[in-house]
Structure formats: structure tokens, C-alpha cells
Design a protein. Structure first.
Length: 195
């Protein structure tokens, strides 16, 4: 199966899998009735710790407003210990437009369109015979696989993160806590890696 067909198949599996939960149609937010009931009225932006590194980065990039919007989104949220392992200056001065663009690129790489539960990712991995390519809202991909029952997500550079706490449901989507910061591929210029 070629890569494009696999990506289309994964997208369809994730969309279909995410929509079939709860035994009914979706409400205006795109959530199933069961997910809406579990989430209550709290958005992802309101539900994540305001003093955490992820929300600090989201505020710096202006993505906090998106995560307070209607969604639905699936957000892979690295814990603060994962952010602490980043090289100095990775997040840095958000007043610098280039730095802000870098933060935005990093965060949109951690967001999937729609509501994608861990079980949906697991089924997609199984259907793809062990490894599945998942599209992020940035237009780039992650590779999902399993280590036993644990789901591992790998970025384009081979860095891996494990889902440590899955399916935190909010009114506009779902959050999966992960134990590493996954980074998008470095932009290229005419086939040469950017410096």
C-alpha cells in the first residue's frame, strides 16, 4: 500500500472511529453525546493547567484562543518534565516573530483534527499491521505504534513519546498526555535542511 493511500486510510479510520462512540449523533461541537456529557462545559484551554509549560507555549503562540474555540481537536500535551528536557532556547523569546512561528509549528504538530480517542489510534495501528501514519493539523505526520498495550508516537526525526494518560475529554475535544515533546521536521529550502 502506498503512503498516500495509507494516510487516507488512517484519516478515514480515525474519523470513523472517533465518530462512532456513544451510540448517537454528534452535537454542534462535533462531539458525541457521551463525550459531551463526560466533558461538561470546559474547553481544552480552560481544562489544562494555566501555569503548565504547554499552555504557556500555547499563549505565546496565540493557540490558546483556538483551544478555547469550538473544535473538536485532539491535543497531545507533553508534561512539564518533557518541556524541561528541550534544549535551551527551543521556546525562548516569543516576542521574536521567528521564535513565535517556531512555537506555533511545534504546537500545531501536536494537534490532530477531530476527536481521536486512544482506542481509535490503537485500532488504526492494528489495521495498519503495527504502524500507522497520522496527519496533524500542521499537515505533517506522526507514526503511531504499540509497545504492548502502550501507544507510542514518533516524529519524523525518530523521537518517541508514549501516551501516559489518555482520553481526557473536554467540550471541544480530547487530550492525551505524552512524556516527550515531538517536533515537526525542520523546514527545507530547495531540498536542503534549514539551518
Amino acid at each position: 500500500m502506498n503512503r498516500i493511500a495509507l494516510m487516507l486510510g488512517v484519516g478515514a479510520a480515525l474519523i470513523v472511529g472517533g465518530c462512532g462512540q456513544g451510540g448517537g449523533g454528534n452535537d454542534a461541537s462535533g462531539q458525541t453525546p457521551a463525550a459531551t456529557k463526560a466533558a461538561g462545559g470546559q474547553t481544552i484551554a480552560a481544562g489544562l493547567p494555566a501555569n503548565g509549560q504547554f499552555m504557556a507555549a500555547a499563549k505565546a503562540a496565540g493557540i490558546d484562543k483556538t483551544l478555547a474555540g469550538p473544535g473538536p481537536y485532539t491535543v497531545l500535551v507533553p508534561d512539564d518534565a518533557a518541556f524541561a528536557k528541550l534544549p535551551p532556547g527551543t521556546i525562548g523569546n516569543n516576542a521574536d516573530p521567528q521564535q513565535r512561528a517556531k512555537i506555533t509549528s511545534m504546537l500545531t504538530y501536536l494537534i490532530l483534527p477531530g476527536t481521536v480517542l486512544a482506542a481509535d489510534i490503537g485500532k488504526t495501528i492494528d489495521n495498519a499491521h503495527g504502524k500507522a501514519v497520522i496527519m496533524t493539523v500542521s499537515g505533517q505526520t506522526l507514526t503511531a505504534s504499540k509497545e504492548g498495550d502502550a501507544i507510542t508516537l514518533t516524529d519524523g526525526s525518530g523521537n518517541a513519546a508514549h501516551i501516559t494518560k489518555a482520553d481526557q475529554q473536554f467540550s471541544n475535544g480530547v487530550v492525551h498526555q505524552i512524556d516527550a515533546v515531538l517536533m515537526p521536521p525542520a523546514p527545507t529550502s530547495q531540498g536542503t535542511p534549514a539551518k
